[in-house]
Design a protein. Structure first.
Ligand code: MSP
Length: 641
């Protein structure tokens, strides 16, 4: 039995259940799973947490579009995510959903504690607001100056909100990042330090423009900002603050694995929240890179989302996990291509490992009646193989300490390739022809079986099913996988070997590439067409510049007494009041228009429409079949340009 080495708490980000997860999302979870399995095997008491981040405006909007409640919507997507993790045999100990009662009540308790500490205060949030989306954005989030969700213009706006005194923790955060290895890799640490040194503003931690969130416990009009809600999951899942058992055992976390774009939240907001709660900060936040596609980021409309389930159905869980862990370097972005994946599967798995297993098993069957022979001799080649085999585990440990999954696997493959070369060097089929060479033949096959025993232990955290298949073929089905056994040679004694099916079939890469392409095209949603609209003739900028746009408030709206298609509006523009008539009676009810702030072409020559004067024009815009009113939340009288 492996001696217990202490606790190890590892987490993944909690995923947004806005749609099904793709291979990029599974990358982080596969790494966390391999680390959790590795630590368990090497003697730690591991807790592995994952889950879903279910609140926020975006989810609410998607649910509304689908005509279901946000809860119904997330329940469906979360069921799919859990199914995916089951398919991928992810060994999490707990799955937290931010809509669960245990989380909701604990987040409220956390808010109260921070409030009582004096770290939360009520203030006014001023930002750029998109009215149709009811969302606030920061300048850097805008796309071409417009709302990143709907592409429409945003306006400056204010709302009452609660703030967290993030600025108070600025110096402590600098100290944390400068003087510990809390955040890695170093490039991310420097990036974050630069950001903090520019000066931290207090953080707005409540919203009142939508309600799909956890209610602020002291003010029912507000919900708690999703990131405060989401980050708390790492401790609410351990029972904080009301159920201390797991919390006391596993907190602080050993590592939060996160993608590079959310490092900022984990290395600034999260430690500051913990400091406010007088709790220790996690030992480490590790930021990993992204899996990209040749055409850029994965997107459904481009038809290039890689669905992990389809790959698993075709190549198996272990082949996919191996590829993700072997191909990419932690911390860096990497490009996913089917070709690179298929080559890895063929060369490393089918050729290197698969061949080693099948050659060893068939030779032990053929030359030794299926029983692992004893070793009687030793030359330099044997010594070399043994040294590499017994030295691999500590090299794997060293690489895993650095989260260098690819290098850990490379260390194992150095042994796999050495063992294959050993077969070629020893040429057992020649030894078998000479009775006098029987002791050498036995040694050779014994050493190969031993090497495979060690390999089966080393690969267990990354590919446990393959490990078990190898152990079954080597007659080791009865023995527990024990990490320490990977450091010792000569543990096998007369095991019954039985050759099984190839552990990884050889793939016809050309054929696979064609089929994968066809599958991915079939699964793609058609690209949205880009057909230019039919518009009136172009105008010069000078013509446009003559227009004086103003913001007006509709104070009164009624039907024109003499024309069914016209509405008569009384408008207030700053200090001036005037009448404007528009031909929109078929599109809008007068009572719905009162109180709206609209944009007005204020310097249009007045004219009479069926006996009534109209001075200026209210802006409406064509939107397909419908006519839309152009509204604003700016004060009336404001000049718009
Ligand atoms: N809900 C937040 C996390 C809150 S944690 C307290 C979130 N969710 S997410 O679903 O958008 O992203 C979850 C993780 O998936 C992030 O770490 C992100 O980097 C990762 N990935 C999403 N696409 C990815 C790739 N293409 N490649 C690698 N990781 C990717 O952010």
């Amino acid at each position: 039995m492996t001696e217990k080495k202490g606790t190890y708490y590892i987490t993944t980000p909690i995923y947004y259940p806005s749609s099904n997860l793709h291979i990029g999302h599974t990358y982080c979870t596969v790494m966390a799973d391999a680390m959790a399995r590795f630590k368990r095997l090497s003697g730690y008491d591991v807790r592995f947490l994952t889950g879903t981040d279910e609140h926020g405006q975006k989810i609410q909007t998607i649910a509304e579009e689908k005509g279901v409640s946000p809860q119904e919507y997330v329940d469906g997507v979360v069921a799919g995510i859990k199914e995916l993790w089951k398919t991928m045999e992810i060994s999490y100990d707990d799955f937290i959903r931010t809509t669960e009662d245990r989380h909701v009540k604990r987040v409220q308790a956390i808010f109260n504690k921070m409030y009582e500490k004096g770290d939360i205060y009520k203030g006014e949030y001023e930002g750029l607001y998109c009215t149709p989306c009811e969302s606030f954005w920061t300048g850097s989030q805008l796309v071409d100056g417009c709302c990143p969700d709907c592409g429409r213009p945003v306006q400056k706006a204010k709302e009452e909100a609660y703030f967290f005194k993030l600025s108070k923790y600025q110096d402590k955060l600098i100290d944390l990042l400068e003087n510990t290895n809390f955040l890695e890799p170093e490039t991310r640490r420097n990036e974050m330090l630069g950001f903090i040194r520019q000066g931290l503003d207090d953080l707005c931690i409540s919203r009142s423009t939508f309600d799909w969130g956890i209610q602020v416990p002291i003010d029912e009009k507000h919900v708690i900002y999703v990131w405060l809600d989401a980050l708390s999951n790492y401790i609410t899942a351990l029972g904080y603050p009301d159920d201390p058992e797991l919390f006391e055992k596993y907190w602080p976390a050993d590592v939060h694995l996160v993608g590079k774009e959310i490092v900022r939240f984990h290395s600034i907001i999260w430690p500051a929240m913990l400091m406010s709660l007088d709790l220790p900060v996690p030992k480490q936040v590790l930021g990993h890179g992204w899996l990209l596609l040749e055409g850029g980021k994965m997107s459904k409309s481009k038809g290039n989302v890689v669905d992990p389930v389809k790959l698993i159905d075709r190549y198996g869980i272990d082949a996919l996990k191996y590829f993700l862990l072997r191909e990419y370097t932690f911390g860096q972005d990497g490009v996913f291509t089917n070709e690179v994946m298929l080559k890895r599967m063929n060369y490393d798995l089918a050729n290197d490992l698969g061949n080693l297993v099948s050659r060893t098993a068939s030779m032990i069957e053929k030359y030794c009646g299926g029983v692992v022979p004893e070793s009687n001799t030793e030359d330099d080649i044997d010594k070399d193989l043994k040294a590499i085999a017994t030295g691999a585990a500590s090299k794997v440990e060293a690489q895993m300490d650095k989260f260098a999954f690819n290098m850990a696997l490379e260390e194992i493959w150095i042994l796999v390739r050495r063992a294959n070369k050993y077969i070629d060097e020893k040429a057992p089929w020649i030894l078998a022809k000479d009775e006098a060479k029987k002791p050498e033949l036995d040694t050779c096959l014994h050493n190969l079986a031993e090497s495979l025993r060690i390999i089966s232990i080393l690969i267990h955290p990354f590919m446990h099913t393959t490990s078990e298949k190898i152990r079954k073929q080597m007659g080791l089905w009865y023995a527990d996988v024990v990490w320490e056994d990977a450091f010792t040679f000569d543990m096998m004694y007369q095991e019954q070997v039985k050759k099984g099916e190839a552990i990884f079939p050889r793939l016809d890469i050309e054929k696979e590439l064609e089929e994968l392409d066809a599958m991915q095209k079939a699964g793609a949603e058609p690209e949205e067409e880009n057909i230019p609209l039919e518009l009136k003739a172009e105008i010069e900028y000078d013509d446009f510049d003559k227009i004086d746009f103003r913001v007006g408030l509709i104070e009164k709206a009624e039907k024109h007494p003499k024309a069914d298609k016209l509405l008569v509006f009384q408008i207030k523009m700053g200090t001036e009041r005037r009448q404007i008539i528009s031909g929109v009676a078929e599109d809008f009810k007068p009572e719905d228009m009162v109180g709206k702030k609209v944009i007005i072409v204020a310097n249009l020559k007045p004219r009479k429409l069926r006996g009534l004067e109209s001075k200026g024009m209210i802006m409406f815009a064509e939107n397909g079949e419908r006519c839309e009113i152009v509204t604003t939340i700016a004060e009336d009288g404001v000049v718009v340009d």
